[in-house]
Design a binder for this molecule. Structure first.
Ligand code: D5M
Ligand code: FE
Ligand code: ZN
Length: 475
């Protein structure tokens, strides 16, 4: 018997305990660095219970070798665009999309008292009044000229240019995202023009999140980029092996969420083939399923697409088509869903969105940056829209229904895309960006983007406590 095992056994014996021979067999297999801690904890717990025999069960429960069957793993799909995608065409399609966006967001803002006295833009333009008026519309343009900010907003009746003089209101105006819904309190200027006296956005109310009744954990991942030369296979594999280990946290994991850029794809950017280990999309997906199959069956895996995955590029995206890899679709514990999607994990509502729009927003909104994606996500919650800016880099499909509107406030808002782990809590909603499993690419080095790859973001669904576990080797 190893010296450490003898010491542990003597410790228990000196405290008046007996150790069952089956328990001893397990003790002999435990990592010797952990032994002292484990035996002390078990002695402490069992002393409280006045039970002075340490048996196999005690050790299995303590080491998490025995799964806690009480842990719930209730999974539901609350909203998946995959089956709703219609692809309306051309100008008519975009008119329909924006009409849908306007009416859905107007409904969201209608719980504000001011919404009861909203005037249409055409009626405001054609009348003159000394009273303050309220209007609302989608922000089509923001211009900063000398000391003023000009906001142009559109509703289905017309378009109006409004002027912001007030310094504080100009700061709010600077944080607005193009094509988001804005409500304005305006007055008629003495020299003409419409002066903005207040800016109101849809926003989310203070939110009391749903919690899991039992201490089940979920792991949040994204941007694996399988197939890329920079994919961190060793680190992701270590993470997957850890899921089957006796680590007490690993034993409680019931869900793994993968929020887009599962594979690196083919033909996504110029000369991508020079940076690919697998140049065939099917090979990339085969590699993916080989890895995912190593995750224990009692863990539910949710896979949603990003801009590198096969299928439609424009938002909303349907699930990665079965056509490319039927194995991914045939696993009992894998759910293939679209982007964005809302799922319920033991009652906790998680909104998953890859995060393509973050690029456009960082580029056009002062004060936001790639190293703080959670702040950008906060703006999306405030705008109640996942991808407001139209006509920039993020392609939006001309759907009749704007599925990118955040109708329902989630408990957890999960995105990826920018390869940086970041967390925030906004009005009770846990915002998290799950980083990546790809080393910094030459493109990212060139533009000065510093990713934080190889971190698993783990959330206790009962307490909402967040852990990040680093799988990058330090040697
Ligand atoms: O994107 C990862 C991040 O890097 C995301 O913020 C976009 C940016 N990125 C990566 N490649 C490009 C190119 N070619 N142009 C502009 N921005 C880029 P990912 O979706 O993982 O590629
Ligand atoms: Fe990515
Ligand atoms: Zn991406």
């Amino acid at each position: 018997m190893e010296k450490e095992v003898v010491l542990a056994v003597n410790y228990a014996l000196n405290k008046g305990f007996q150790i069952h021979p089956d328990a001893l067999k397990i003790l002999e297999q435990v990592d010797i660095k952990e032994l002292e801690h484990i035996i002390k904890q078990i002695v402490k717990e069992k002393s409280k219970q006045k039970l002075f025999l340490i048996n196999q069960d005690d050790l299995e429960v303590f080491l998490g070798l025995k799964d806690d069957e009480e842990l719930e793993n209730d999974f539901r799909i609350l909203n998946d665009p995959s089956s709703k995608i219609t692809s309306a065409e051309g100008i008519d399609g975009y008119n329909a999309l924006f009409t849908s966006r306007f009416s859905k967001l107007k409904k969201i803002i209608s719980n504000r008292p001011e919404a009861k006295i909203l005037k249409s833009i055409s009626s405001v333009i054609s009348t003159k009044s000394n009273d303050d008026l309220y209007i609302c519309g989608l922000l089509s343009e923001r211009r900063v000229e000398r000391n003023v900010t000009k906001l142009t907003i559109d509703d289905p009746t017309g378009s109006i240019e409004t002027i912001v003089f007030d310094k504080d209101l100009q700061k709010i105006a600077a944080s607005l995202l193009t094509d988001q819904l804005v409500m304005e309190k305006i007055s008629f200027g003495k020299k003409g023009g419409f002066i903005v006296k207040d800016v109101i956005i849809p926003d989310i109310p203070e939110h009391a999140p749903n919690r899991s009744k039992t201490e089940a954990y979920a792991v949040f991942l994204s941007d694996l980029h399988i197939g890329s030369m920079y994919f961190m296979e060793k680190e992701l594999n270590d993470f997957i092996l850890w899921l089957s280990s006796p680590d007490p946290v690993a034993r409680k994991i019931r869900f793994v969420l993968i929020c887009g850029d599962i594979v690196d794809g083919v033909g996504i950017y110029p000369n991508q083939d020079k940076e690919l280990e697998f140049v065939d999309i099917r090979e990339q997906l085969e590699k993916t399923i080989d890895l995912l199959k190593k995750i224990p069956q009692h863990i539910k895996i949710i896979v949603t697409p990003g801009n590198h995955d096969p299928g439609r590029r424009a938002l909303p995206q349907p699930a990665i088509p079965e056509f490319y890899n039927s194995d991914l679709w045939n696993q009992k514990n894998i759910s293939m869903l679209g982007n964005p999607t809302m799922v319920s994990l033991n009652g906790v509502k998680v909104l998953m969105f890859h995060g393509q729009s973050i690029d456009d927003i960082v580029r056009t909104t002062p004060g936001l940056s790639y190293d703080k994606p959670a702040q950008v996500m906060r703006h999306l919650l405030q705008a109640r829209h996942l991808s407001p800016i139209y006509g920039s880099q993020t392609p939006l499909a001309p759907e009749n229904d704007d599925m990118m509107v955040i109708d329902e406030v989630p408990d957890i808002f999960h995105a990826g895309h920018v390869h940086v782990v970041d967390l925030d809590l906004y009005r009770g909603v846990l915002i998290l960006n799950s980083g990546a499993w790809q080393h910094q690419t030459p493109f990212q080095t060139g533009v000065g983007m510093t990713p934080t790859p190889g971190l698993a973001v783990i959330v206790n669904l009962k307490t909402f406590k967040v852990y990040t576990k680093d799988f990058t080797s330090k040697d």
